[in-house]
Design a protein around this ligand. Structure first.
Ligand code: PLP
Length: 294
């Protein structure tokens, strides 16, 4: 895992050490910024249309003019992939509301954004996808607009720290007795009767691009997906639990708090979802994820 040496800052590809951003940037002062994380596999962007479209929605919701159309965004991403020789990993993108001479909450009428992207080399079809991860439950204290992908991430940073302290890899956020989503992924359960459930879209959760892709693919296979909130007890009773995100693709959850999920091993539905997704992104499943075929 490593961040590539060539990054993109405000129109220029430059060395990471030379990419400097003002401490007066509204991203730093107010978390006034949007971000996206797109998976790259075999040197190709995965689900890019979804990411660029969600970026447009987030920017509009936080009054930052979108500096590029989809084609220009794709070009910057592709150049960054090429310049860093990125084959498997992520492209991180952040657009903040920019830096100004005074620290004014409202800021100028029209913002001049700061645009920053980097390439991150890391395995996406990883050991965790094979072995599974452990999760804890945490009160969801995040703000009310979780449907837009802003850098308001303090509560998620604390959630990951709490998970690590408890010997887990992630946290399932709970609000009003129901799971909203994981700290940086959407959550899914497979019930004893084989029903596949993931929370319905609203301002309570981020509309995951990977979630949308997986729903479309499963429905295409004739499978029924129930989009509704579920409780921690339903998750405890589930045969299988997994998460979806660009960063970890499909992660089987094998333990919730101190209880094993199902058999304590990734289950057949999760493996099927992994298989379908890996095939869709062009992975040689037999070679890189033979464990998903079993
Ligand atoms: N939910 C939250 C809170 C996230 O931070 C993320 C990804 O970072 C997701 C869900 C998954 O979204 P995507 O599949 O677009 O990566």
């Amino acid at each position: 895992m490593s961040i590539g040496d060539t990054v993109y800052l405000n129109g220029v590809f430059t060395q990471r050490k030379d990419a400097l951003i003002s401490p007066l940037d509204r991203g730093f002062l107010f978390s006034h910024a949007a971000y996206e994380v797109t998976a790259v596999y075999g040197g190709k962007l995965i689900d890019f249309e979804g990411h660029v479209s969600r970026l447009g929605n987030t920017l509009e919701a936080i009054s930052i003019p979108n500096p590029h159309d989809a084609a220009a965004w794709e070009d910057i991403h592709s150049q960054l992939i090429a310049r860093n020789g990125l084959s498997e990993g992520l492209i991180y993108l952040e657009v903040s509301a920019g830096a100004y001479d005074s620290r004014d909450f409202a800021g100028p009428e029209t913002f001049t954004p700061t645009i920053f992207l980097y390439a991150d080399h890391r395995p996406l079809i990883s050991e965790k996808a094979e072995q599974g991860i452990r999760a804890i439950f945490l009160n969801d204290i995040r703000w009310r607009r979780r449907d837009i992908k802003t850098t308001q991430l303090l509560s998620q940073a604390l959630a990951y720290r709490a998970a690590r302290e408890a010997g887990a890899e992630t946290a399932f956020m709970v609000e009003d007795g129901h799971v909203t989503e994981a700290a940086s992924a959407n959550t899914w359960i497979v019930t004893e009767e084989g029903r596949i459930i993931t929370r319905n879209l609203s301002s309570d959760i981020l509309p995951g691009i990977t979630r949308a892709h997986v729903i479309a693919r499963l429905r295409n296979q004739g499978l029924d997906i129930e989009e509704r909130a579920f409780t921690p007890d339903e998750a405890y009773a589930a045969k299988e639990v997994f998460t979806t995100s660009a960063g970890a693709m499909i992660a089987p959850v094998i333990q919730l708090e101190d209880r094993p999920v199902g058999t304590g091993k990734p289950g057949p539905v999760t493996r099927q979802v992994q298989r379908l997704y890996y095939e869709a992104i062009g992975a040689d499943v037999e070679k890189v994820a033979a464990w998903a075929l079993a």
